[in-house]
Design a binder for this molecule. Structure first.
Ligand code: NIG
Ligand code: FE
Length: 407
């Protein structure tokens, strides 16, 4: 090991390692599993941006005592950099009109049926220039980063033509050159039926399978594939066709399921060994059981429930039956225009009765697992990437407590 490239971060007030969470692969987490170390030290290799050693300052091994690059981190609480595992961050326009209609008593489905909803954003996003989309998305990413986030998954899905879906995916690619946040691109062509295919859902699914998936895979523009399983959007059998084709082309699978209705999307996710299944506000008892016995991560979206005034996902039932549960903003213009991941922990604790430890794991280790990145990020342990969220506080409990105003 090259001692010159090592950096010692000493006297960290509190370091939340999540070592126990990682050991349990994110299931049945207790406060103990956060692996909190008071008066901690972390040794990192700056050239590899990798964590080398973590422990109590008083137990720093002799071999590191000669490190020259040392920082005094008194007063800091360290957590792994937060992971935002589900966003629809590249879009144009806003949907305040939808919000106002919901406030007046309309439902998400009614607004969509009247031509609002996703199709409104589709129109604006198709019309927007590449440069404007990148600029807007960059400022959104910066807002996430200011609140501790270091990795963000971004879905396409507001283009729904090959040309505009490619435009969005290429925006994500271009953004990765402009930001230090790590981006994970997901192809979501089955977000809604575009106007050109109204009443011809099967034709649209065929087109995605036969032409779009091969094209996106060839250009290496997406790590994951996603589909919105819901009445009026895509059925379970259409989702299965799409996901099988995408995995044939090497993409991981994610599914939007049970957001407004339980249709069997979760069972499909489990059957296909999907990386995650997201929303789950209306998941059935049988599906909770199936998901809990699988490796598929349950990604919950408390902000979307709050913002649409619809039920929260049954987090307690999922967690208590052993599911791996992550939390996300689901940042998008329609159902959750919030870039505040810490705030999601507050809502999860008060509205979904998650413990603080479960909520912290939900935006770190389990969110990393929802992206298949848990061996690289999501905990502060030797060998992991040196990606840290530092907060000025007395305890990590400040994170859900701060009500979205992380210092
Ligand atoms: O995750 N459910 C589907 N997609 C988004 C909403 C998209 C929109 O309304 O623009 C979601 O909530
Ligand atoms: Fe979503």
């Amino acid at each position: 090991m090259n001692l010159d490239s090592l950096v010692l971060y000493n006297k960290i007030k509190q370091c939340v390692t999540l070592s126990g969470v990682a050991a349990k692969k994110g299931r049945l987490i207790t406060e103990q599993d956060l692996g909190v170390i008071e008066n901690a030290a972390v040794v990192a290799d700056a050239s590899l941006s990798q964590i080398v050693w973590v422990g109590k300052s008083s137990e720093l091994p002799q071999q590191f005592s000669t490190i020259v690059n040392e920082y005094n981190c008194e007063g800091e609480v360290w957590l792994p950099e937060l992971v935002e595992c589900h966003t629809h961050l590249v879009f144009a326009g806003d949907r305040s009109h939808d919000f106002a209609m919901r406030a007046g008593g309309k439902t998400y489905a009614q607004i969509a049926a009247e031509g609002g909803g996703i199709l409104t954003t589709l129109k604006h996003t198709r019309e927007a220039s590449f440069e404007d989309l990148v600029e807007n998305a960059e400022s959104e990413i910066n807002r996430f980063q200011a609140l501790g986030v270091g990795t963000i998954e971004i879905k396409s899905g507001y283009g729904l033509s090959l040309e505009s879906e490619l435009k969005i995916l290429k925006c994500i690619q271009a953004l990765q050159q402009r930001v230090t946040v790590q981006l994970v691109p997901t192809f979501l062509p089955a977000h809604a039926i575009p106007p050109e295919y109204k009443g011809r859902g099967e034709d649209y699914v065929r087109l995605i399978c036969e032409e779009w998936i091969p094209e996106v895979a060839k250009a290496k523009l997406a790590s994951y594939f996603d589909v919105f399983v819901e009445d009026g959007y895509f059925s379970v059998s259409q989702a299965e066709k799409l996901c099988l084709k995408a995995s044939e082309y090497g993409m991981g699978i994610k599914i939007h399921a049970d957001q407004f209705k339980s249709l069997g999307g979760t069972q499909l996710a489990v059957k296909l060994n999907a990386q995650s299944v997201d929303h789950l506000d209306n998941i059935s008892v049988e599906d909770i059981k199936a998901l809990s016995n699988s490796n598929t991560v349950a990604v919950l979206c408390p902000g979307a429930s709050l913002f649409t005034g619809t039920p929260y996902a049954p987090a307690r039932a999922l967690i208590d039956s052993g599911a791996r549960v992550a939390l996300t903003t689901d940042f998008n213009p329609g159902t959750c225009p919030s870039r505040n991941l810490p705030l999601m922990t507050t809502i999860a604790c008060t509205q979904m009765k998650m413990t603080v430890a479960e909520a912290i794991a939900g935006i770190t280790y389990n969110a990393a697992a929802a992206l298949g990145l848990e061996t690289q990020i999501g905990s502060i342990e030797p060998g992991k990437q040196f990606r840290i969220c530092q907060i000025k506080a007395d305890s990590y409990k400040a994170l859900p407590y701060c009500f979205g105003e992380l210092q």
